[in-house]
Design a protein around this ligand. Structure first.
Ligand code: GTP
Ligand code: MG
Length: 316
């Protein structure tokens, strides 16, 4: 058998030449680990590699990545230390296993007025509480792509939580992004800020609206998904490196492929679906009631919680 050459760079993978490697890097697959965890369809769709070639590259990348085996109790210990941000509604916290998780991306999708932004505001306040009181004792970086950030609403939530409104507002760093480039840069350049300001929550409200308005038509889809992939990988990296929580909101469309039941589907395709650790589907119910469905979670069963959007914030 031919001696296998050790795989260190993307170029060392079978079927990946320098051009493909460069393209993959631009699409956010900048390490062997990322190739190893990609799906063959996603990789081939984005890079233009044949499906079979993508499969082979992924297999080789899997074999080349050394794994650090941990016992379940070590993993459990790490998880216990990670912490969560409570939402203000006990039922929703229980559904989530204690609140919105750090080191992970939580996505809330739903139609307009379903409460996605309101939950983002509430988390931006709650994260500032100390760990013992259901927060992460840190600040919020809020990327507002729709121009719907409302400081006066934050003030109201802070007062209701018996926190100093001025201080709560000072602890929320807001970026109003009007182009995908601004949105991407705001995250790409956030590393230093996150560390120095002790940011423990990043909100992107909403993830897809600018991408959808800038990249129109099927022809632009590959480029859009490539850029989106880089953006999401950067968010995940910040979550991992700084033990922070990422909360993204997402728009929906009706999936014509679903003939029975609720056709409401989050936009963004596989890339978003794959990246979000936990997905929440929010639906408007009577008056101030909202139904939150846990759609996708690594460790909690599917289920629903009913919350209320009150003047004082999110409640049971
Ligand atoms: P889109 O961004 O349009 O997709 O919707 P969204 O899901 O972000 O909705 P959002 O979180 O903005 O929820 C809007 C709803 O929250 C409104 O219809 C109100 O019912 C409620 N809401 C918004 N602001 C306040 C407020 O200041 N007080 C109270 N009590 N409710 C509010
Ligand atoms: Mg909104």
């Amino acid at each position: 058998m031919a001696k296998e050459k050790s795989i260190k760079e993307l170029e060392d993978l079978p079927g990946v030449g320098p051009t493909t490697a460069e393209k993959l890097k631009q699409l956010g697959y900048d390490s062997i680990e990322k190739i190893a965890t990609a799906s063959p369809h996603e990789l081939s769709e984005l890079s233009g590699m044949k499906l079979e070639a993508a499969k082979q590259a992924i297999d080789a990348a899997k074999q080349a990545t050394t794994l650090d085996y941990k016992t379940a109790s070590e993993v459990n210990e790490k998880r216990r230390l990670l912490g969560r941000i409570q939402t203000g509604a006990k039922g929703l916290d229980e559904l989530l296993g204690g609140g919105i998780e750090a080191n992970a991306i939580t996505e809330a999708y739903g139609r307009f007025a379903s409460g996605k932004t309101q939950l983002g505001f509430q988390l931006s306040v709650n994260v500032q509480r100390p760990v013992e009181s259901g927060g992460l004792g840190g600040k919020t970086l809020f990327i507002d792509t729709e121009g719907t950030f409302r400081p006066d609403r934050i003030e109201q939530l802070a007062k209701a939580a018996e926190l100093d409104p001025k201080q709560v507002l000072d602890n929320i760093l807001v970026v109003r992004a009007t182009t995908t480039d601004q949105q991407i840069l705001a995250i790409e350049r956030a590393d230093k800020l996150v560390k120095e300001s002790n940011v423990k929550l990043i909100v992107v409200d909403s993830l897809m609206s600018l991408f959808r308005s800038e990249f129109i038509g099927r022809g632009a889809l590959n480029e859009r998904q490539g850029k989106l992939n880089v953006h999401i990988h950067n968010l995940q990296k910040l979550a991992d490196n700084h033990d922070l929580a990422v909360y993204i909101t997402n728009q929906v469309m009706d999936n014509p492929g679903i003939l029975f039941g609720d056709p409401t589907t989050p936009v963004g395709g596989n890339i978003v679906a794959h990246a979000a650790t936990t997905r929440l589907y929010m639906r408007k119910s009577k008056e101030d009631k909202r139904i939150v469905r846990l759609v996708d979670s690594p460790n909690m069963p599917e289920g629903e919680a009913v919350i209320k959007i009150t003047p004082d914030g999110i409640k049971d």
